[in-house]
Design a protein around this ligand. Sequence first.
Ligand SMILES: [Zn+2]
Length: 436
Amino acid sequence: MIQILLRCFTSLTFIILFAHSSLKAQPAEKHYLLKAGLLYDAEKNAFVKGQQILIKGSRIIQVGAKLDVPPNTQVLDFPHATVAPGLIDAHTHVLTSQGITEELAADAILRSSEHRVLRAVKYLKSYLAAGFTSIRDVGNSGQYLDVELRQALERRDIDGPRMFVSGPIIGSMDGQLTSGFPLRKFDHVARSEQSLVSGAEEASKAVKEHIARGVDLIKILAIGNRLTLSLEEMKAIVQTAHAHRLKVTAHCDRDWAAHAAIQAGVDGIEHAYGFKQATLDTMAQKGIYVVPTYGSVDGMAYYRKLTKQDYKLDELKKEFADSWGKWVLAIRKAGLHMVAGSDAYYDIGVPRGDWAKQTLRGYWDAGLTPEEVLQSSTINAARILNQTGELGVIKANALADIVVFNGDLKQNFSQALFDVALVMKEGRIEFQKTQP
Ligand SMILES: [Zn+2]
């Protein structure tokens, strides 16, 4: 009996010891050598031919024309592809979806938080497949559902691009509601989706609550429905956020409303629809970045088809050139730090990640070079996320966030942009196109 017990004990000890040692043993860090026919060098803002990228674990070790390859390295050879840093969408709302005929706030009224989170999981996957390895999510996400989602990604419970999140948008007492909005729903929507403040003290307190809840940045409404935040309120927000090393970005879709936000010291402005050249020049002088959330000619055509409106392509092109196209060129002229952001919150039967890329297509439609477009969605975006050297570049010590596009992005930008072969995030292959 004692012998049997002793044997059991010994084998149990063995099992425990074995389990313990296997838990402690770290898997060897995987090496990849990625061979790129064409590489977008974000620091030089130029395409370079015939480059190799050596990756170990989550980071890039070396980049060069011909590298020594350690044993057991997996080679990924893309002689006819363009390799770029993982794309970044700096303005999105993965917890919101608006049907083509729905009001802006329908999601908050009709759908539960659970519905929105589960749906966001699908959007995040589509972002990865489109080549985005980071997104900045800027509100319309209930009460901190964005923080929950970011934490789920960090735990690797779900797959998707890494998230930088703002929590509820801080605005004046009328929030951000469209003019046709039924006011009896005001409390439900404005107070559950946004953070409404009156006075500098409340404004500062809202920022502190956001920080306590774990946001990465602060977003404000420079203008809401009818009310604007006062200069004092915005100054209090900026001061409190900056004291805790958080950036403040302002939703602003009218030129006149931008001036108080600029004076208050915000770091960036979202949308900037129809801003005057003088306003853009002032922003450039003050080092304020801009996230122009515009679409493309193709996107306009798709929307017209979906809503059964007749259109002529030439007319659409003119409409684009007179609005979004003109504003993009004004931003370039001002020399602003331009960061790509899609504001893709429509659900119109296109994967969210692909829809988000229409913004990049639109910058190109406006006349920016492929290099300038990629710059706005990589290195420029990384800077406003405080991730310079970590994200948005392919160089030694950066995180291995990489997207491979089939074809030549420099020569055939609009085609290659939508043909993603492989996506890597922190050294893991997260998406690979299956061969037909
Ligand atoms: Zn938005």
